[in-house]
Ligand binder design. Structure first.
Ligand code: CAA
Length: 240
């Protein structure tokens, strides 16, 4: 039986590539999206991958979505917490709303979906959870106190939950992507981005495929001895 995988933010950017790669690896993938239904429809049509709309920052919406997936496909065995947003601004100009939005979407979503899937993973004695962190959660980034705090939180969350999952064959790992060529990174002012790319030893932005390959590795049935780890995929920009 093909294992059921939920990829949040799975219809665009890095998430879309993760959805494709897990499908190629034989998983039944459900890719979630929050708002952009046109992109999700295009993705579902082009890839024949199931999509579901809910806001990963909202616990009640997550609860309803997890129940629907269980009913339509079966219990979630592979969870990729990828949904993330940026609201970059220097501290002097950052609003409380910008802080809350990033913490709730990037970190709160990990709590919501792990809380709602962990018990069934425990019962079934199988689970693969991958949380998408960031180089900026490891190293910090000017103009990103909200994003760096949320992503850094993901790294701590991962190590704590890995300890709870270990005896149930549930692995919990994080991937810390560097700067990957997606809409999110393209929104960085060009002069700033140019300076960032100049600091990447490999000499280019990452590709979504570079990250998806890591997810396939960490979610393999055979990867049971890899847990609580953070896989940095950043072209050597930050060696941590
Ligand atoms: N180091 C030092 N100073 C910096 C700086 C840096 N990295 N970046 C900006 N500044 C300075 C500016 O030079 C400016 O200085 P002055 O006031 O002395 O001229 C000051 O900060 C304020 O700049 P702005 O007026 O432009 O302030 P702003 O709030 O409108 O924008 C910013 C600042 C939001 C930080 C903007 O420069 C920016 O978007 N930077 C990119 C942030 C970034 O890398 N985000 C990553 C997004 S992708 C992602 O997050 C994915 C992932 O996981 C990697």
């Amino acid at each position: 039986m093909s294992r059921i995988a939920l990829v949040t933010g799975g219809t665009r950017g890095i998430g879309a590539e993760i959805s494709r790669a897990l499908t190629r690896a034989g998983r039944t993938v459900i890719a979630s999206y929050a708002h952009n239904s046109r992109a999700a429809d295009d993705f579902a049509r082009a890839e024949s991958i199931h999509t579901i709309q809910f806001d990963a920052a909202d616990y009640a919406e997550c609860e309803a979505a997890v129940a629907r997936i269980a009913e339509d496909f079966g219990p979630i065995e592979i969870l990729v917490n990828n949904a993330g947003i940026t609201r970059d601004r220097v501290m002097a100009k950052m609003t409380r709303d910008m802080w809350d939005a990033v913490i709730d979407t990037n970190l709160g979503s990990c709590f919501n979906l792990c809380r709602l899937t962990f018990e069934s993973m425990r019962t079934r004695k199988f689970g693969r959870i991958v949380n998408i962190g960031s180089i900026n959660g490891q190293a910090g980034q000017y103009g990103q106190v909200n994003y760096a705090a949320a992503k850094s939180g993901i790294h701590g969350f991962t190590k704590a939950l890995a300890q709870e999952g270990a005896k149930f064959n549930i692995t919990v790992n994080a991937i810390a992507p560097g700067y990957v060529d997606t809409d999110m990174v393209r929104a960085v002012p060009p002069d700033v981005l140019e300076k960032i790319v100049a600091k990447i030893p490999v000499g280019r932005l990452g590709r979504a495929e570079d990250i998806a390959r890591g997810v396939v590795f960490l979610t393999a049935d055979e990867a049971e001895f890899v847990t609580g780890s953070t896989l940095s995929i950043n072209g050597g920009q930050h060696m941590y």
